[in-house]
Design a protein around this ligand. Sequence first.
Ligand SMILES: Nc1ncnc2c1ncn2[C@@H]1O[C@H](COP(=O)(O)OP(=O)(O)O)[C@@H](O)[C@H]1O
Ligand SMILES: [Mg+2]
Length: 316
Amino acid sequence: MQTFFFIGKGGVGKTTISASFASGLAKKGLKTLIVSLDPAHNLGDALNKDVFGKVVKISDNLDATEVDIDRAIVEYLTEMSKKMKNTYKYLSVLNIDRYFDVLRNSPGIEEYVTLEAIRKFLETDYSAIVFDTPPTGITLRVFAMPRISVVWTNSLIDMRRRILSKRQMVENIKGPISDVLDGEEVKIPSKESEDPVMQELFTYKKDMVNLMERFSSEENYVSVVTMAEELAFAESKRIRDALRENNIKLRRIYLNKYLEIENPPRELLGKIEEQKRVVEKMRKEFNEVEIREVPLLTESPRGIEALISIYEKYLV
Ligand SMILES: Nc1ncnc2c1ncn2[C@@H]1O[C@H](COP(=O)(O)OP(=O)(O)O)[C@@H](O)[C@H]1O
Ligand SMILES: [Mg+2]
């Protein structure tokens, strides 16, 4: 499976470029899914089809969806709550439902759920998945999350080991530890292999390591969509550096809405001069990255035909 992420600010053309790219891959015969992870969805508008909260077939090889992040947050917390109740059966005081509203609105939850959504899509059997991402800051935090989670999980695993080893010490003296729960005797685990908390931590760590590997793999293509303006230069550098910290390569920069005008009017001369300057600087600074100009079209591209034509003309 190949994965593609298109990142950048709102309005630069992320949706247009990623939808064109996905349509082009599908036309070439790859079973392709395009996923919008941007809460400000407009993939449906580009495709002329309602794809919110469901996977919809667009053409022979192309499916599309806009992830309903609010629903995904509720689902994630519900799943979490069930898991906690199962894992901590003997801790009846732990009632996650009481904290549901706090958790739903807590900082960072959107990044977690976005990462979880990505992880689930990676388990499908598409040959290519194209992600139209949320604004840059969120996307970069999502990319950083697997690495940070592994560090966290390692500390939690250490802590859990210490707890289990204390329990084993007690067991060596007093025999198996148990508690009575709803009139039933429940053994309190002391071995890693029978401790659901430890198993949960191992599974979670494995998932995060897999995501880290996928994000840094050769099959993952991360591109920036921006415009040929001075600000884009600094922005692209920041993105490249942030990606690098997570061992992710920046593959392409798309300079969208590029002005290509014969005999431009005087009012546009400055803008066109700026474009030229920015492209030159970019080629120098980003010599390992492919830079593509996508012209400003006379009409906002809508529908699969228009998108495929953008792919064939500018993105291949
Ligand atoms: N190369 C282009 N030429 C003309 N219009 C474009 C081009 N790229 C994007 N647009 C239009 O600009 C607007 C913003 O693009 P969009 O892809 O929705 O950006 P984003 O997803 O980054 O917010 C849309 O109306 C889109 O149709
Ligand atoms: Mg968009």
